[in-house]
Design a protein around this ligand. Structure first.
Ligand code: ATP
Ligand code: MG
Length: 684
């Protein structure tokens, strides 16, 4: 990477609060005065802190906060950084005017403004992944592809192929060859299917998640529009740049030609989203893409004590390809990371709970302690143990909030009134009604279409007697909300809930809990003045933890953090447990197909372990319960994760839980086969 001498602006006093405690390289990045900037550095070296300080610095030096765009991986991350920036900003309240959020949420916001040149209408609605798959399925059937002699790819595969093509900016032949070789023969048909998919979405004024980025990128290919859109911002700052995809890089390129200056920070050793077409080359090629870039590297780690750093350096030292250098820390000495072999899964749970409680006794609150795992279901038995011991916890990741049927139902009502052309939402809602199946739903929709898509027109649809009362009720509800745009979003949700409640009870088990979720959504809606914004936030930044769904916690509440590793990105805790560190779980047996996949699992392990400040525990059970499918499950004998080589173990202390070295004969099935064989052989 070409390095360029930095120009530093000295207008801010050296003692400015946002510069306090920064090392010279961080300070260089924060005060960088001209051109684009890339900060490449390892975990815990202060990249995110540098970004937050830069926001404060820019504002203090006269940049209009409304002309700063801060792109992060989640809304929560953006909010936390802006809180940090606000804390040291000289202008109270200024940081709240910064545009902060994910690429998708920002795209959504910009596309509302630039809907016309994008060929959209500003009231477009967004389809979630399930709807996008269903839409593809409808088209697949319309084209007769489902009835082919050789099985045509499933709807989810079709969407995955489409998404790869769009996000990775690769053509379909290449995507099929590299990622879906078993579908290679369907290239022609898939192309036709995707053509129909795009046309249908445009006719219906709906976008899928990928479209948000795609339309943004396409707008920027027009130089006048690029000047206008990019010209809205003086500075664009991007965190976790290693996990962006080619389309996002293209967007940044377009924004830069419009005048915005780009600052990106990232760590190639933490790139963990290639399954979503993220491409670490974006980061490495940044200086080429943005000529005149200054590259800053950081090598001091401020997060972890030295023994933890020794272990994480040794772990990532096994990576085949790596650009960032080893880190050093002055945080001092402490307990070596503990590698704990547990006899059973229950021993793993017990060990974790006991350590958590012991650390709490020492004064480390639960909230400063986290248990991390590869897959959301890995924490199932630990959660039972925590409940049994009355230890409160919040779980991040794996909460497929938008996939819950009742949430999707409620969103579908809102989508109809937002955009009555949204067919998939109509189909969903109509088929909730008693007496309405796909046939009647299609006819009802045709009727509404002929009446210019006015939802109230449903009242004049001639339906079988059994469906009439419900259809009339729906016509009344949607008609009223549609015609009264000034109705506060929370009131709209309340009316929908009242109508939907009896349907919910008929359709779902545990209707009580689901009804409470919807009440929570209504409460969430009270924070919004516009239905459109409420809907967008709900769909693009859904609650990420059980706590977010449960509402604002009480100040004195304390809880243990459970999180998937993917959702722990960028976070840190005093105490970190990485559980289920056995082969099959970490690396996941779903991701050991190629060396590249295994390498990504290694980086994932690195992300997990580098979250720890003072105490790191890695646990693995020698035997655990594995659910294969709905009907089969069994105990698995595990091996320690392959990533814990001798070199890594050499930096750790080892311990055992639940094992005294001897086998528990009652739990062992080592003798089961000979006995079974003997009993059978009697009759041979
Ligand atoms: P990751 O790669 O995991 O996202 P990061 O590089 O973004 O990490 P930060 O989260 O910004 O690192 O910083 C890690 C910790 O180090 C934070 O607690 C931060 O406040 C602290 N830190 C960063 N820079 C300094 C500094 N110059 N002096 C003291 N503490 C610092
Ligand atoms: Mg960070």
């Amino acid at each position: 990477m070409a390095q360029k001498k930095t120009t530093t602006d000295h207008t801010a006093p050296q003692t400015a609060p946002w510069l306090l405690d920064l090392n010279p390289e961080q300070r260089q990045a924060v005060t960088h005065a001209a051109g684009h900037l890339l900060v490449v550095a390892g975990a815990g070296s202060g990249k995110t802190r540098t970004l937050a300080s830069r926001v404060a610095h820019l504002i203090a030096n006269g940049t209009d906060p409304g002309r700063i765009l801060l792109l992060t991986f989640t809304r929560r991350a953006a909010q936390e950084m802006l809180k940090r920036a606000e804390a040291c900003s000289p202008a109270p309240g200024a940081a709240s005017r910064v545009w902060g959020g994910t690429f998708h949420a920002t795209a959504n916001r910009l596309l509302r403004v630039y809907a016309k040149p994008a060929g959209l209408s500003a009231d477009f609605t967004v389809m979630d992944q399930g709807d996008a798959e269903d839409q593809l399925n409808v088209l697949r059937q319309e084209q007769g592809l489902h009835a082919k002699e050789k099985r045509f790819p499933r709807k989810s595969t079709c969407l995955a192929v489409y998404s790869r093509c769009v996000n990775g900016t690769e053509d379909i032949a290449e995507v099929l060859r590299r990622h879906f070789p078993w579908c290679a023969n369907w290239s022609k048909e898939l192309k036709i299917l995707f053509q129909a998919y795009v046309t249908r979405k445009q006719e219906r004024n709906v976008l899928d998640y990928d479209d948000l980025l795609l339309y943004w990128a396409e707008l920027l290919t027009d130089s006048t529009l690029a000047r206008d859109i990019g010209g809205r911002f003086d500075h664009i700052l991007v965190d976790e740049y290693q996990d962006t995809n080619s389309l996002q890089a293209r967007i940044l390129g377009g924004m830069a030609t419009g005048g915005a200056r780009i600052m990106a920070v990232g760590d190639d050793a933490q790139s963990i989203y290639s399954f979503r077409a993220a491409n670490v080359r974006n980061m490495l090629d940044f200086p080429k893409q943005f000529p005149g870039t200054t590259v800053v590297t950081l090598s001091q780690n401020y997060r972890s004590i030295t023994p933890i750093l020794a272990t994480t350096n040794a772990l990532i030292g096994q990576a085949q390809e790596r650009f960032t250098k080893d880190l050093w820390s002055t945080r001092g000495d402490g307990q070596k990371p503990l590698l704990v072999t547990c006899k059973e899964e229950s021993d793993q749970d017990r060990f974790i709970v006991e350590r958590v409680l012991a650390h709490r006794e020492e004064g480390i609150p639960l909230r400063e302690q986290a248990v991390l795992f590869r897959a959301a279901h890995h924490s199932a038995s630990l959660e039972l143990e925590l409940a049994r011991r009355n230890i409160p916890y919040h779980k991040y990741g794996g909460l497929r909030f938008l996939e819950f049927g009742h949430i999707k139902d409620l969103i579908a009502f809102l989508r109809i009134v937002e955009n009555p052309r949204d067919d998939m939402a109509w189909f969903r809602v109509l088929q909730l009604l008693p007496g309405v199946g796909p046939g009647i739903a299609a006819r009802a929709l045709r009727h509404v279409t002929e009446a210019n898509r006015d939802p109230a027109a449903l009242a004049t649809f001639t339906a079988p007697a059994s469906a009439v009362p419900a259809l009339q009720g729906l016509a009344l509800l949607l008609g009223e909300i549609y015609r009264t745009p000034a109705l506060p979003p929370a009131t709209q949700v309340e009316r929908i809930r009242t109508f939907y409640d009896p349907l919910l009870k008929e359709r779902y088990e545990n209707a009580g809990a689901r009804a409470r979720d919807l009440q929570t959504l209504e409460q969430l809606a009270t924070g919004y003045r516009s239905r459109r914004n409420f809907l967008s936030d709900l769909q693009l930044d859904p609650p990420t933890s059980t706590s977010e769904l449960a509402g604002v916690p009480l100040l004195d509440e304390d809880w243990l953090v459970l999180s998937t590793i993917h959702s722990a990105k960028g976070c840190e805790w005093d105490v970190v447990h990485v559980m289920h560190a056995s082969d099959g779980c970490l690396p996941s047996d779903m991701a050991t197909g190629s060396p590249a996949e295994i390498e990504e699992e290694l980086r994932l392990t690195y992300v997990a372990m580098t979250r720890a400040r003072n105490f790191l525990y890695v646990e693995w059970p020698m035997r655990y319960y594995h659910t294969w499918h709905r009907h089969t499950d069994r105990h698995i004998y595990a091996q320690l994760s392959r990533f814990f080589s001798d070199a890594v173990r050499g930096t750790m202390q080892e311990a055992q839980s639940g094992a005294d070295g001897s086998e528990d004969p009652a739990a062992s099935d080592a003798t089961a086969r000979p006995i079974a064989d003997r009993i059978r052989s009697r009759w041979a």
